[in-house]
Design a protein. Structure first.
Length: 95
């Protein structure tokens, strides 16, 4: 039971982190613009590293509610990654 709970938590984390950029990439792909998928190989690992570093910083900084800060930074990094991916897709299509 504990393993299932851990898997669900990891899946929710990855869905919140990588969901917005994957939706942006799919939107551009449906518009016949494959540039967004080419940039996913840079955006997704950068998002993961950024979210993990910010989560450890929230844990070790001694704040009152580090779980809420971790959840907030995960969602924020996901949305910023989606925005970055959209900018890279537009810039790549213009070249």
């Amino acid at each position: 039971m504990r393993i299932i709970l851990i898997l669900v938590a990891v899946l929710a984390f990855l869905l919140a982190l990588w969901g917005p950029p994957l939706m942006v990439a799919r939107k551009y792909w449906l518009r016949q613009n494959p540039w967004a998928f080419r940039n996913l190989r840079f955006v997704l690992p950068a998002q993961l590293v950024t979210a993990v570093v910010l989560a450890f910083a929230a844990e070790f900084s001694g704040l009152r509610n580090p779980a809420a800060i971790m959840a907030g930074t995960t969602v924020l990094v996901g949305l910023l990654g989606a925005g970055l991916l959209a900018l890279l897709a537009v810039w790549g299509a213009r070249r």
